[in-house]
Design a binder for this molecule. Sequence first.
Ligand code: NAP
Length: 462
Amino acid sequence: MASNGTRPFRVVIVGSGPSGFYAAEALLKDASVRVEVDMLDRLPVPYGLVRGGVAPDHQKIKGVIKVYEKTASYPRFRFYGNVKVGADLSVDDLRRLYDAVVLAVGAEGDHHMDIPGEGLPGSHAATEFVGWYNGHPDYHDRRFDLSCESVAVVGIGNVAMDVTRILASDPEELAKTDMADYAVEALRASRVKDIWLLGRRGPVQAAFSPAEITELGELSSADLVVRPEDVALDEASREDLARADASAKKNVEFLQKAAARGEGSRGRKVRLRFCVSPVELIGEGGRVGAARLERNALKRDAKGAVKARGTGEFETVKVGLVLRSVGYFGVPLPGVAFDTERGVFPNAGGRLLESAGGPVICGEYVVGWAKRGPSGLIGTNRACSTETAARILEDLKAGLAPGRGAAEAEAFLRSRKADLVSFADWKRLDALELSRGQAAGKIREKFTTVGSALEALKTARI
Ligand code: NAP
């Protein structure tokens, strides 16, 4: 088994979401190279979007945590939570301390619509709403005005499906999950009746998965309302559908059936509209009061892709809250080249580059959304991280410049951040959250601030 002279190779992974854990797994289980993995996270809790993104009514998806716990149980794995790279320490520090540095930082920013009125109070990124209901410390103090009767969700990807379903669901069902208690209370008081779900292109081009749209159509508390004229396909869409994968075909079939069902009789309506784009958010009393929508026609561009083009036909819908769900976007890290067009760290198969198309940087890597952009399901990250791990192992075997030992790295981390959180500490927090949840009749009651998590840990360690 290859190692770096007398000690194992030392790899640091920045970020503890799925891509980070899949990279750790691939590195630790390789029998040909002896690798130790230190994983850092800015939060005192691990699992990235599995904890802070996956919807609380999708507990089955969170079952992947079992796989990550198995990885964390390798003696050659250490977790250091509550330490922020770029603030508590730099990427340069990591370069000195480790043989290889892997960025698994995801895509923490989001796209904008770039329309007038987007900055009005009452207009938010859907990702903020997701972080809020999931008890993410960055978002626990956000407020969303649910006293209005009408909400617009812009974009029709799976994040849009999640936020729409949460707005439309019976809060008593959500109360049993791990949703933050303050969010359950706010949803209980919600007066929202209509949720406008706005897609700029047609049913064939929709980004949602069949399972997600089907779930929206099966809610006990809301009807999914689709207009027959919206699911009548134009020529470009018919051509696309003929070539489309099974998912697009299932979506169209489902939507055409939903359109035939009409308004339904439930108290809430999810009004799914295709081929419309908000072109302005209109203020009323200093906050969002309405959205002006333009009807789109679908046109094929020079590369053959079907694009939405405004027709000059407008309508206005009254809405008191707008959640834009038009995609995540990567955030740069000081001291690392960043592709501002694509929102990713430029790389070749996971090896970081000095610039897009430039030379490889020795010993530095990237995985997940930070590598390929915000696409795919959780499992997509496994192949992505395995590819990068293979490059890391090749490079380590070829003999990279040595980093420092484990004790030295830990001493440095502690010198920068006194209250580091280990994986054993996380398991203490995990047990506390589960027992708080049990007492409240739900799956889990999360700590939704860093301070409350660290405070609880102090007592739990005694
Ligand atoms: P996404 O799948 O890329 O969807 C983005 C949506 O925003 C698309 O409908 C897109 O329309 C639309 N859009 C982009 N720019 C727009 C604009 N300026 N105006 C109007 N609409 C615009 O992104 P996502 O929903 O954020 O999800 C990210 C990834 O996480 C996806 O791979 C998703 O499947 C995954 N995810 C999965 C689940 C799950 O499995 N339950 C849950 C959440 C997220 P166009 O198609 O026209 O560009």
